[in-house]
Design a protein around this ligand. Structure first.
Ligand SMILES: [Zn+2]
Length: 144
């Protein structure tokens, strides 16, 4: 079940990759086995650096649900959230987060992460945010 939702997020990343508006990152938010929203990065289309897939998904889900937290929701994201998105995940209070590519993978493909991000022990980060990696190879294929 988690894999099929994450695969949908990865498919969104593929859409973002070929879209003029997007970047190659996708996210999906699920509550009680219902998909609340499914988006890809829209940084180019909106000329807005905050339009990362996860942050956009959080904005859409909060407005759809009409609440300022997502504590009964699960985030599926094609790539491990950056510092900006992880900050929003902290406030969202997600039950769990599943991601495809790791931050280290993203960095190898030329995507930017703050040095501070890597000063945090990744195990501590993954424990605090209840994060689990799945489908890494499929997520990496999006960037190849
Ligand atoms: Zn981000």
């Amino acid at each position: 079940m988690h894999e099929s939702y994450l695969r949908r997020a990865i498919n969104k990343a593929k859409e973002g990759r070929v879209s003029k508006e997007g970047g190659s990152f996708g996210a999906l938010i699920v509550r009680d086995n219902e998909v609340i929203c499914e988006v890809h990065n829209l940084v180019r289309g909106r000329d807005d650096l905050t339009q990362h897939a996860e942050l956009l998904a959080i904005q859409v889900a909060c407005s759809q649900i009409g609440r300022d937290n997502l504590k009964d929701c699960i985030l599926y994201t094609s790539c491990e959230p950056c510092m900006m998105c992880l900050g929003a995940c902290h406030w969202a209070k997600f039950k769990e987060i599943f991601y495809g590519a790791s931050a280290e993978d993203a960095q190898k493909f030329g995507f930017t992460y703050s040095k501070s991000f890597f000063n945090i022990d990744s195990k501590l980060r993954h424990t605090e945010f209840r994060m689990t990696q799945l489908l890494r190879d499929e997520a990496l294929d999006v960037w190849k």
